[in-house]
Design a protein around this ligand. Structure first.
Ligand SMILES: Nc1nc2c(c(=O)[nH]1)N[C@H]1C(S)=C(S)[C@@H](COP(=O)(O)OP(=O)(O)OC[C@H]3O[C@@H](n4cnc5c(=O)[nH]c(N)nc54)[C@H](O)[C@@H]3O)O[C@H]1N2
Ligand SMILES: Nc1nc2c(c(=O)[nH]1)N[C@H]1C(S)=C(S)[C@@H](COP(=O)(O)OP(=O)(O)OC[C@H]3O[C@@H](n4cnc5c(=O)[nH]c(N)nc54)[C@H](O)[C@@H]3O)O[C@H]1N2
Ligand code: SF4
Ligand SMILES: [Mo]
Length: 748
């Protein structure tokens, strides 16, 4: 296919001058003052990277080849991550809203206003009427601090975090099946597997560096099964691709198990010695013959049999999944149904044998371990267990009765604001207006708040609704630790100070605690002191970091938990010798019948709608929509639609289409591609306002994990206009918008 090339000068004309945050000529080739080993700020792979610092600015990167996970490799986002550092939109001072809009404020004003407003809300409506929302892009230290701040300084039960939108279905299922929530294997086990199932993950776009482990497995003779309703880049290379109908995974897993049992491809000895409840699952699987499973899932029976033939008899295997099976009202049931396949094979807890959910956010793993969840205390302790409550109350030096009980989850907090039960909110590292389903309702809720404060380094779409915005810190401005998707706790380095009058996040939280009268609990001089405290708080808990120190983590390029003592080397592979983390050491099978999604297709809304990601953008986009060269790769959301469906609706590539669900509508260009099933459309969710996929999605929650059903609802699609003639100049316009300093308003 011919590609359009433009001479350098006309490119400039179209896109304007190179903005100040991007060194002219592209790469900055100046000799750096220092080169610092740290990690990428984006996904849960947490690739090692060396950042170049000159005059207190991050000016570029070098590969860090010794870090074992990525060995110097980086994906497009990792390569461009440093470009946020000098972005003109960076918040440099706190903002306070008055009747005319935001104005720059002093820290004195922002810090006096906020505790007063918190106290007013709590005095009038009760402690729980003030909620806290945290995030899993932040360090372990900040995750711990958020939980302690909410319970002690705010005294509220209502603290939760954005991981509630992410891997909580897997977390709950892992605890139910294995008694612990962590990937069972280090990623170095992937190349040793002879069969790999990847289900509900667009691996090559979302975890590009992990794809390398799968290639290495294939070089070693592994066969790869991909289960996804879209032919994603990894699916194109699979040995077997199962294009499942959205929301039907549990039926597919039962169908595969049916064939495994029929052929005796199960490990009876392992099942008898190390598990409970297989009989219930055997009875259930009997009902899901390949033909029955085909009817539900749309996957031909012969391919279900083929999957069992590949997975059943091999010696080593790994099953990996991400949000495609978890973002459902039965996300936990889907995950448990796939775990059944792993337990039945007996291939877990050995080299090249295991299972894992691929954690999404940078600290998606650590962010869910140290107590910023509504049902959790540090060390993965349970807020509802009397002994766990007593341990943490004693550790913090407060009476157990003062420790709040379990509160609401993230989406439930937004619902409670909508109902007028929660009146105040402090949010850090979370952009719910873009990321929570049914954004029209989220916006209405934010408008109802009597007081709302946000801590961010950019004015996110959510922050625009705040009364006070605190200018917080970027990853490279602070230090601390994060725990990668394989359970390896690694060290992040402080490279540069926050610019202007921005502050370190943890200092803002500690200062607020002090002004709320609880300063004696938050006397930290540096993040290392918070880390030492969190490791002590985790002692003897389900998630034990007790034996970790900054020094040990650095020396070993990360330490895997559990690590209960200084001498302990850490635990890369869980469940060795078939020892699971339930009190009796056994794993549990779970038998859940398939049940349909909360909203199925019907005559009025006949097409499935689903949402997810593209390689060059990250989450709600606040960070990556500000990096022009990433935006170039995918400037605006497109509606993926199969040629058969497009033909039926009279839609051609790049025509403008209106997608409507029971909650809202959006108009966007169509992308006619064969990689999607003809019964569904897909829209990536990294944009805001009228371009937000979450105008359409359904806020129905999984009853156990409380994750929303992002991956399936029902929609209608209509053509509204022909493709504009000059599509390329439209893209140019987007690039210009993204790079101009006043992009705040224009990216809405
Ligand atoms: N480029 C990029 N990388 C990222 C992120 C990002 O925003 N951008 N975010 C990070 C985060 S926080 C996360 S959580 C991960 C997410 O990583 P993934 O879960 O891999 O990505 P998604 O695009 O959300 O969805 C995964 C796949 O699930 C498929 N799917 C949808 N419905 C179903 C179903 O019913 N069954 C099955 N089997 N599959 C289904 C979709 O077609 C899609 O290909 O990525 C991380 N990495
Ligand atoms: N339709 C649809 N919606 C989805 C999904 C989907 O697949 N489809 N996926 C869901 C998933 S898996 C996830 S994880 C969520 C993510 O949703 P969000 O967590 O809302 O998305 P982020 O872009 O991470 O927003 C975080 C905000 O925190 C800021 N931030 C990042 N790091 C820091 C930090 O260290 N300190 C401070 N102070 N601020 C920081 C960023 O600038 C940004 O404004 O979206 C969910 N929403
Ligand atoms: S794979 Fe993830 S951690 Fe690695 S460079 Fe890409 S975004 Fe960063
Ligand atoms: Mo996520």
């Amino acid at each position: 296919m011919a590609t359009l090339t433009l001479p350098e000068d006309s490119y400039r004309e179209l896109y304007g001058p190179t903005p100040s945050y991007m060194p002219s000529g592209g790469w900055d080739t100046r000799e750096p003052d220092k080169l610092v080993k740290t990690h990428c700020c984006f996904c849960g792979v947490q690739c090692g990277i060396q950042l170049k610092v000159k005059d207190n600015k991050v000016i570029g990167f070098e590969p860090w080849e010794e870090f074992p996970v990525n060995q110097g490799k980086l994906c497009p986002k990792g390569v461009k991550r440093y470009m946020q550092n000098e972005h003109p939109d960076r918040l440099l001072a706190p903002l306070i809203r008055n009747h005319e809009g935001f104005r720059d404020a002093t820290w004195y004003e922002a810090l006096r206003t906020t505790p007063k407003a918190i106290k007013d809300v709590q005095a009038t409506y009760g402690k729980d009427a003030f909620a806290f929302l945290g995030g899993a892009s932040m360090t372990n230290e900040k995750a711990y601090l958020n939980g302690k701040f909410s319970r002690i300084a705010l005294g509220t039960a209502n603290i939760d975090y954005n991981g509630r939108l992410c891997m909580v279905s897997a977390g709950a299922a892992n605890r139910m099946a294995f008694g612990v929530d962590r990937a069972a294997n280090p990623w170095s086990d992937i190349p040793l597997a002879k069969a790999i199932v990847l289900t509900g993950t667009n691996l090559a776009e979302c975890f590009p560096i992990l794809t390398d482990c799968v290639w290495r497995a294939r070089d070693n003779g592994a066969r790869i099964i991909v289960i996804d309703p879209r032919v994603t880049p990894i699916a194109r290379t699979a040995d077997l691709f199962l294009p499942v109908r959205p929301g039907r995974d549990s039926a597919l897993a039962h169908g595969i198990l049916h064939v495994m049992i029929e052929h005796g491809w199960i490990d009876e000895k392992f099942i008898a010695e190390h598990t409970h409840d297989f009989d219930k699952v055997r009875d259930l699987a009997k009902k899901y013959s390949p033909q029955v499973a085909e009817k539900i899932t749309g996957v031909p029976a012969k391919n279900i049999i083929k999957a069992a033939e590949i997975w059943g008899p091999v010696e080593t295997s790994m099953l990996l999944h991400a949000r495609g099976i978890e973002h459902h009202t039965k996300g936990v049931e889907n995950v448990l149904s796939y775990i059944n396949l792993v337990l039945a094979s007996g291939r877990i807890g050995k080299p090249g044998c295991g299972y894992g959910t691929i954690t999404g956010q940078g600290n998606g793993q650590g962010g869910r371990e140290h107590g910023q969840r509504c049902n959790q205390l540090p060390g993965g302790r349970d807020i509802n267990k009397p002994a766990d409550r007593q341990f943490i109350a004693d550790f913090w030096g407060i009476p157990e009765a003062e420790l709040p009980k379990q509160g609401l989850t993230a989406c439930e907090i937004i619902d409670a604001i909508e109902r007028g039960e929660i009146k105040g909110l402090l949010s850090i590292s979370f952009n719910p207006l873009v990321s929570i389903p049914d954004s029209n309702r989220t916006r209405a809720a934010l408008e109802k708040l009597e007081f709302f404060a946000c801590i961010d380094f950019f004015l996110s779409e959510t922050a625009r609704y705040a009364d006070v915005v605190f200018a917080g810190s970027l990853q490279e401005e602070d230090e601390g630790t994060v725990t990668t998707g394989e359970g390896r706790c690694v060290r992040l380095r402080n490279l540069v100070p926050p610019p202007g009058y921005a502050w370190l996040d943890w200092k803002i939280i500690c200062e607020l605690a002090d002004l709320l009268g609880k300063g004696q609990f938050f006397k930290y001089r540096k993040p290392e002191e918070i880390f030492t405290e969190l490791t002590a708080a985790s002692k003897g808990g389900p998630i034990d970091y007790r034996g970790m120190t900054y020094q040990k983590i650095e020396q070993n390029m990360g330490v895997f938990w559990p690590c209960p003592s200084r001498e302990h080397p850490g635990t890369p592979r869980l469940f060795e010798g078939g020892k699971f983390h339930h009190p009796d050491g056994k794993a549990k099978f779970h038998a859940y019948e398939y049940r349909p999604p909360a909203e199925d297709v019907d005559a009025e809304y006949p097409i499935f709608f689903t949402s997810g990601r593209v390689v060059s953008q990250y989450l709600s986009g606040t960070q990556t929509r500000r990096i022009g060269s990433l935006l170039d790769q995918y400037p605006e959301p497109l509606c993926e639609i199969h040629p058969l469906l497009a033909g039926k609706l009279g839609i051609k590539d790049r025509d403008l289409v209106k997608v409507t669900t029971r909650r809202g509508e959006m108009t966007l260009p169509a992308q006619v591609v064969k990689r999607i099933r003809p019964d569904r459309v897909f829209i990536p969710y990294h944009w805001a306002g009228k371009k937000a996929a979450n105008q359409l999605t359904n806020r129905a929650l999984d009853p156990i994990s409380k994750i929303p059903e992002y991956k399936v609802c029902a929609c209608r699609v209509e053509k509204v206009a022909e493709a504009p003639k000059a599509v390329t100049s439209l893209n140019g316009l987007h690039r210009l918008i993204a790079k101009t300093p006043n992009s705040r308003a224009s990216t809405m």
